[in-house]
Design a protein. Sequence first.
Length: 283
Amino acid sequence: NLKNTKELILDAQKSGYAVPAFNIHNLETIQTVLETCEKLKSPVILAATPSTVDYANKEYLIAIMRQAMGKLTIPFAFHLDHFENVGDIKAIIAEGCRSAMIDASKYPLDKNIAIVKDVVEFAHACGATVEAELGKLGGQEDNINVDEKDAFLTNPDEAVEFVERTGIDTLAVAIGTAHGLYKKEPKLDFDRLAKIHQVIDIPLVLHGASGVPFEAVQEAIRLGICKVNIATELKIPFSAAIKDYFTKHPDASDPRKYLIPAKEAMAEVVEEKVKMCKSVQRG
Ligand code: 13P
Ligand code: ZN
Ligand code: NA
């Protein structure tokens, strides 16, 4: 069966690196992530948002992941990212997925806890692991758009209560990152992260890593981040390479040709981000 994220992330926590989690959208982006991580011997998480699952089909995605397990030596997990619908998560776990984020972070604490707890009980009974978020990141991810003024940072005391009452496996923290790129360089609240790390023993997750400087991500890893989510910085070079290809070859029509430079451009960024996570040779 497909892997949950427990072993991957606990090894990262024990050894002081982070497992990179890359958002994938189609066969080509899955191939690029898996082939690059296999080459670097890095464990990896392939993340799919609700729109990706709608676009690519859950059975197809799971079938690709199952086939890949037989071909690769690295540990990897297929993970549902920013799912807000509990029924959808349960249905995809029933199909064989073993890792999910339930994002109820827009609700007040008690409602967030109630929704997350429901998912945790179902998921754990199936051997699946669950990530949830406390606090709220700014920016746009999938169809969720959060204005900067509505974003708020994770409260360490609430986080203790949240982890205890939900039974989650990993906690996504809001410490100043945002989804997408930044207008000016983000300032991460490392003191807050250190405080959360002091009072919480489950692995912590950093969302919105695109646009965050290398050193800042590595400092966050030293302060307890064990999973780093990256989406936007992979989509941009993939698309830019396609645009460039069609500028040079306006009559091109063969996806097996015009997608090759896209995969190569994306692979370079995957490699950089794996190195940033210090997960090379950990798989
Ligand atoms: P970025 O697009 O900023 O990398 O955020 C990715 C993310 O958090 C996916 O859940
Ligand atoms: Zn995210
Ligand atoms: Na970002």
